[in-house]
Design a protein around this ligand. Structure first.
Ligand SMILES: *Cc1c(COP(=O)(O)O)cnc(C)c1O
Length: 348
């Protein structure tokens, strides 16, 4: 394989050595298989191409300071995939099968795991989708589960913890109140891509969606959760249309142990004015600090109704930085894994 500079990796696709595939057909799972061919052979009438019965996960394997390779909380991803699949009325792998296939993928791509010093990691992308031919509208009986990987650095090449700008989405919604927002479905992304492109074209790093019923409460970003630091409190929104982020869940645990109060509750937009630090959080970069959030009547509009600002525009807030360092420290084996979050993968 050609030598790549892992320290310059973004979140763009980069080829690796192998993928791991298993199929559920006729009511039973087949054996997981490792393949160097990244093309999947699927029927043109496969449900996934028409009605989008598809869900996915995202997690990372890190090469630690001690050389050990660790996956971060794969059991949580397995459970979340199970919830998404149940919503789609599809079969899903057991937690054991999910974790084993992730470990197989890590081993099969061992030479693509970035070195510790690069700050990069091996991102794992498990996907589950309906494959049986169908025209009638119903759930898929047969499914494929594929685990693939790509070495990733910090999103969009930006340096870690560099503050970015965000905008509120007032004329595009992500997920309906009683819709699919709390499940990790590809369809939720299809729904938000256009709005995301608009926000990026307008120069914003992040797009913050509001509750669809009233547009008065903070929900989350297209692919990450929102949390803020207000005095000694970690605040994150509570809503049945937000995807339960494993990063957010982990940060709440760390925050509580740091002596912060943790609140999961409704957050009205105007409360942004009282926040000391505001962030997006997710597996890709753990934390993206926000220096400002613009409120506009429409994404396409050049008019700005109000701008909320947080801390120093060039620096991540001190509490968020401490949370970040603890999280990364656990993931990379710099700090003891006191919560038992890391799963070691041996080369074998
Ligand atoms: C995946 C995802 C997140 C982040 O979840 P993590 O488990 O922290 O990676 C947040 N919001 C949405 C909509 C997502 O799809």
């Amino acid at each position: 394989m050609e030598k790549i500079d892992y320290s310059k990796r973004s979140f763009a696709y980069y080829p690796t050595q192998a993928i791991v595939t298993a199929k559920y057909e006729g009511g039973a799972w087949g054996k997981p298989e490792i393949s160097a061919d990244f093309n999947l052979n699927i029927h043109s009438f496969a449900g996934v191409l028409h009605y989008a019965p598809a869900c996915f996960e995202g997690l990372k394997a890190f090469r630690g300071v001690d050389g050990t390779v660790r996956m971060f909380r794969p059991d949580e991803n397995a459970k979340r995939l199970m919830n998404s699949a149940e919503y789609l009325d599809m079969a899903y792998p057991s937690e054991e099968m999910f974790i084993e296939m992730c470990a197989m993928c890590v081993r099969a791509n061992w030479d693509c795991i970035p070195p510790y010093e690069s700050g990069a990691s091996l991102y794992l992308r498990p996907v589950l989708f309906g494959i049986n031919p169908q025209l009638g509208i119903r759930n898929s009986d047969d499914v494929a589960f594929v685990v693939m990987s790509s070495p990733v650095g910090t999103y969009s090449g930006a340096q870690a913890l560099k503050p970015g700008t965000a905008v509120l989405s007032r004329n595009y919604d992500r997920a309906a109140t009683y819709g699919s927002g709390r499940f990790k479905l590809g369809a939720n992304y299809a729904q938000s891509l256009h709005a995301y492109n608009l926000a990026h074209k307008m120069g914003y790093r992040e797009l913050l969606f509001l509750d669809t019923a009233t547009h008065s409460q903070i929900e989350e970003f297209g692919s990450s959760n929102f949390f803020a630091i207000k005095g000694g409190t970690y605040v994150t929104p509570d809503s049945c249309s937000i995807l339960p982020s494993i990063t957010n869940k982990s940060l709440r645990t760390i925050a509580a142990d740091m002596g912060l109060k943790v609140e999961t509750r409704r957050i009205p937009v105007e409360e942004l004015a009282e926040m000391d630090e505001a962030n997006s959080c997710g597996t890709a970069v753990v934390i993206t600090p926000l220096c400002s959030i613009d409120d506009k009547p429409a994404l396409e509009s050049s008019e700005i109704t109000r701008t909320y600002r947080f801390g120093d525009p060039n620096e991540c807030g001190p509490v968020s930085r401490k949370l970040y360092n603890t999280m990364i420290g656990i993931q990379k084996g710099l700090l003891p894994d006191r919560y038992g979050w890391c799963m070691v993968v041996d080369k074998k």
